[in-house]
Ligand binder design. Structure first.
Ligand code: MGD
Ligand code: MGD
Ligand code: SF4
Ligand code: MO
Length: 894
């Protein structure tokens, strides 16, 4: 009887992925799943979702969920435990280590994917009650340089503008941001601005990304050289009298010194061209556009932040906005695009080792103020260790207890393999997770705590434009999982702080957080949501998306700094004095190429959620490395074959993609694959751990590397109902397959060896097999009760078998006799072969179907959309549609 549930109302909540913070409507299906659509009423997205957001309903499975607390026994085996026993062990361990070694021997490593309420409680426990500031977060790898740059310029970590500025700007400068793939819904707003108002888009990135494909001007900058480009812009603005002197005099300090420094770094156009690798005419065009366009927004993300001089890059950008007074105005300002759904909320609670709480730091007055508010017995009085330093201290044995919550550091930190080793040094290693298997969980935690996941948890997140939105639960808590704030509060109680952590709901925590933001604030701190500290439970439950500040006196601030007042002691903004830029690593004979790392359109970080969706796995199913054709020729790399990438820190074997989108001398590899999802593809192992001196953010975009070809004789795929362990030391990728597990692999083992393996995997099934006479090809389809239970195909490398038709049968409830006969051919019963990789993930449209639409006359991306729907939802495949159109129209070479 689930008829009534069919009418259960949709729950308004927020997407758990990127910092755009789209509103979604989730309608539970009564069977543990939900239909997810965009919320037309949410001001971040007005109903739109990207491919990841619209596939949320496909990721709600419980099959890989951590459902019970677990503890490691003396023999090293993990076993189910009660919450009481697990929490006791955490509390006892922390207590003992603090007693023996002091509070700085313990640490929390948190995440911008936690809810504000979880974050607040963890930060309060460590900084006010344990007495250490060793609370850092994966935001250190993500936003730290923006935070440091904001604080240096504005006196506070303030994002001045809002999304409407992106609709109203006449010039959008995107630097170090692949917005089309990483903030797709915002990118669609930018494209609408371009289409409807004629805004120009400038993209600055060493790679020609999908974002660059839509640019009016693309600047393929040399890695790390943004500071030169923007210093050159500052000198140009001064030289063409585009500086707003009134503004500079009234509202800023340090212009003359900053200009002098800019002239040292970028004295003239030829120098800028030499250092950035750009042409003088492109640079001049960018400068003229910027100088001549009052409504200019500069958006930046990891190409700027993840740099050993990220804070200076941010400073060089902000300098140009201050010099022109283009900040805090409609359609104008610097705009840090935040990565994670709650990167901003984490900053608001102070969940970074160099912040205290509520945008306060460690000055004696601030420590005193927060201490009085919390009635805290053991206030931390100085900054704690930032992520990279924290894991170094763990490796040295100085930090002995660590609680990881909502992040996968064994994959995502630089030198990930070393991080994993460091974890094994811990006396107490606690992980709060949603899944029971990822690389951090496999690094042998002593205690595993099952956390409420998206759809179950309840609280708030803040997006890139300072808008606080509710994440609401629409599914019951599965197994014994609990909200993270609950687990932290329980440990706090066991440490003797019951009164300060007697929270019964997220709403209570939120009220306290809001009250702290207003406590003795009087307009001195940007972050103030005092107007929300009296929300009762009902009002919290109903809270509509709201932008901060929300002050007690109900005064409105749509944009910060519109009045030219900043949060520095003299209320003036400070110009930055950036250093001459240089990358941290050095190229040499052993490592002659730069390895750049980043994201792809349809996967989220370490794939613990997006990796569950077959549709999302269809776009780019395997880990890969991109390389320019000339470098490929030089190093013997062949498109579609494999390559070994090595740096001083580690190596991987990735599929080679030879493309002119990549600059000469640079490689690009995505960060998403790990040991849990692939073989030899954990890119974080190779990344240098050099950090920015102000922000502590690692330079994840440039490590000296080398590349060499690797060939395999065979290639294949497997579809199974239970996962199986492929041979080690070969590249493989686990790919979501509805109803089971997909695997793509390369191999030097013969088809006959694979046949023997298949016999074991499909021991209890009825098998149809094919092994050709020379033993070059093997195919098996296994049936149980008339249903396809699995398949394994192996073929010579260059005749790799296609799996789309087999996948369709693998999903089907029953397989017809015709289909069964056709199966081993890899074609469906109606004769259709593979349609190729998925291009539009929203509507599941593969390349083959798009090519057919073009052949049938569709002449542009919109026409393809009308014919086969591709690109008509989130639009993030539109750049790809245009590339396909161009390819199809290009004269065929023979
Ligand atoms: N699909 C998807 N979307 C996501 C995420 C995801 O995992 N998947 N993660 C979210 C998170 S947490 C984050 S932080 C954001 C990140 O969003 P982005 O920062 O847009 O993504 P990245 O791919 O990490 O890097 C952006 C670009 O910086 C370029 N770059 C490298 N070095 C330089 C340089 O020196 N200068 C300049 N100008 N550019 C450079 C890279 O080539 C890359 O194209 O994405 C968010 N959105
Ligand atoms: N080389 C290189 N490295 C990078 C980057 C790069 O561009 N290049 N980017 C960096 C950036 S910007 C980021 S943000 C990081 C991201 O890196 P990570 O944070 O390590 O990646 P995720 O896969 O998002 O990990 C989140 C984990 O938390 C779990 N989880 C999700 N929700 C909850 C919850 O509510 N509670 C709990 N307890 N657990 C939860 C998920 O199952 C998952 O295992 O990677 C960084 N590392
Ligand atoms: S743009 Fe996509 S991933 Fe980001 S919040 Fe919106 S739907 Fe989620
Ligand atoms: Mo991030």
């Amino acid at each position: 009887m689930n008829a009534p549930l069919a009418h259960s109302p949709a729950v308004r909540t927020t997407c758990p992925y990127c910092g755009v913070g789209c509103g979604v409507l989730a309608k539970p299906d009564g069977a543990g799943g939900a239909a997810v659509t965009g919320d037309p009423g949410h001001p971040a997205n007005f109903g739109r979702l990207c491919s990841k957001g619209s596939a949320l309903g496909e990721t709600l499975t419980l099959h890989d969920r951590l459902l019970y607390p677990m503890m490691r026994d003396g023999g090293g085996a993990l076993a189910r435990a009660s919450w009481d026993a697990a929490l006791d062990r955490v509390a006892d361990g922390f207590k003992r280590i603090v007693a023996q070694h002091g509070p700085n021997a313990v640490a929390f490593y948190l995440s911008g994917q936690l809810l504000t309420e979880d974050y607040y409680v963890a930060n309060k426990l460590m900084k006010g009650f344990i007495g250490s500031a060793n609370v850092d977060t994966n935001s250190r790898l993500c936003m730290a340089s923006s935070v440091a740059g904001h604080k240096r310029a504005f006196g506070a970590d303030t994002v001045p503008g809002n999304y409407e500025d992106l609709d109203q700007a006449d010039l959008l400068v995107l630097t170090g941001s692949n917005t089309a793939w990483c903030h797709p819904v915002l990118f669609q707003r930018m494209l609408a601005n371009k289409r409807e108002r004629g805004a120009r888009i400038v993209v600055i990135d060493p790679r020609r990304t999908a974002t660059a494909d839509e640019a009016d001007l693309f600047l393929p900058i040399a890695p790390g050289m943004d500071t030169v480009l923007f210093s050159g812009l500052l000198t140009y603005l001064a030289d063409v009298a585009a500086v707003n002197w009134n503004y500079v005099t009234e509202h800023t300090a340090g212009f003359d010194d900053a200009l002098a420094r800019a002239r040292e770094i970028a004295p003239d156009l030829p120098t800028v061209a030499t250092k950035t690798g750009l042409t003088e005419s492109d640079i001049a065009r960018f400068y003229a556009w910027f100088a001549g366009t009052r409504r200019a927004v500069t958006c930046y993300s990891q190409g700027v932040n993840q740099s050993a001089q990220g804070t200076d890059k941010v400073g060089a950008i902000i300098n140009c906005h201050l010099a022109t007074g283009r900040i805090g105005l409609p359609g104008a300002g610097p705009f840090s695009l935040t990565g994670q759904p709650n990167a901003m909320g984490g900053r608001e609670v102070g969940g970074l080792a160099n912040q205290l709480a509520a945008h306060m730091g460690f000055s004696p007055e601030e420590v005193d103020r927060v201490g009085r508010f919390w009635q805290a017995p053991h206030m931390a009085t100085h900054e704690g260790l930032k992520a990279v330093d924290m894991f170094d201290a763990i490796a040295r044995g100085e930090i002995k207890a660590l609680w990881v919550m909502g992040t996968n550091p064994a994959v995502s930190l630089p030198r990930a393999a070393a991080v994993r080793e460091a974890l094994s040094e811990l006396e107490l290693f606690v992980v709060s997770e949603n899944v029971h298997a990822n690389d951090t969980v496999s690094a042998k935690p002593h205690v595993l705590l099952p956390a409420a996941a998206w759809g179950e948890r309840d609280g708030t997140v803040t997006n890139s434009e300072r808008r606080i939105s509710r994440q609401r639960s629409f599914l019951p808590l599965p197994g014994e999982s609990k909200p993270d704030w609950w687990a932290v509060s329980e440990v706090a109680k066991r440490l003797g702080h019951g009164e300060a952590f007697a929270y019964r709901s997220a709403a209570e925590i939120f009220r306290e957080h809001a009250a702290l933001s207003a406590f003795e604030n009087e307009g001195t701190r940007d972050f103030d949501i005092g107007g929300l500290d009296t929300l009762d439970d009902r009002a919290y439950a109903r809270l509509a998306p709201i932008q901060w500040p929300v002050r007690d006196d109900a005064s409105q601030t749509a944009r910060f700094f519109a009045d030219g007042k900043f949060f520095t002691p003299d209320r003036k903004a400070k110009f930055a004095m950036p250093a001459e830029p240089a990358l941290a690593d050095r190229l040499g004979d052993a490592f002659p190429l730069w390895l750049n790392t980043g994201r792809i359109r349809d996967q989220w970080h370490t794939m613990t959620r997006t990796g569950r969706s077959q549709r999302l796995g269809g776009h780019l199913p395997e880990a890969f490395v991109e390389i320019h054709p000339e470098d490929a020729a030089r190093f013997g790399i062949v498109n579609g074959e494999y390559a070994r990438i090595a740096t001083a820190h580690g190596k991987c074997v990735l599929k080679a993609v030879v493309t002119t989108a990549q600059q000469r001398g640079m490689l690009f590899a995505p960060i998403h694959w790990s040991d849990a999802t692939a073989g030899l593809a954990r890119v974080g192992d190779m990344v240098i751990a050099a950090t920015d001196p102000y922000s502590g953010q690692p330079e994840s975009k440039a490590t000296a590397a080398t590349i060499a070809p690797v060939s395999f004789r065979w290639r294949g795929f497997a579809l199974t109902r239970t996962p199986f362990a492929p041979p080690v030391d070969v590249p493989y990728a686990r790919v979501a397959a509805t109803g089971g597990y997909g695997l793509l692999f390369a191999s030097d083992e013969s088809p006959e060896t694979w046949r023997q393996r298949a016999e074991r995997i499909f021991a209890n099934a009825e098998c149809a097999e094919y092994l050709d006479a020379p033993g070059e090809q093997y195919r098996v389809a296994a049936f149980v009760d008339g249903r396809l239970a699995g398949a394994l195909f192996v073929a010579p490398f260059h005749a790799a078998p296609e799996w789309d038709a087999v996948k369709t049968l693998f999903e089907a409830e029953a397989v017809s006799a015709d289909a069964r006969r056709a199966l081993l051919s890899g074609r469906s019963a109606d004769g259709a072969g593979s349609c190729g990789p998925l291009v539009c993930a929203c509507f599941g449209v593969p390349l083959g179907v798009i090519r057919e639409a073009i052949a049938a006359g569709a002449g542009d991306a919109d026409a393809i959309g009308r014919a086969v729907k591709a690109g008509t939802n989130c639009g993030s495949c539109k750049p790809e549609l245009k590339r396909i159109l161009a390819d199809e129209r290009a004269p065929q070479t023979v």
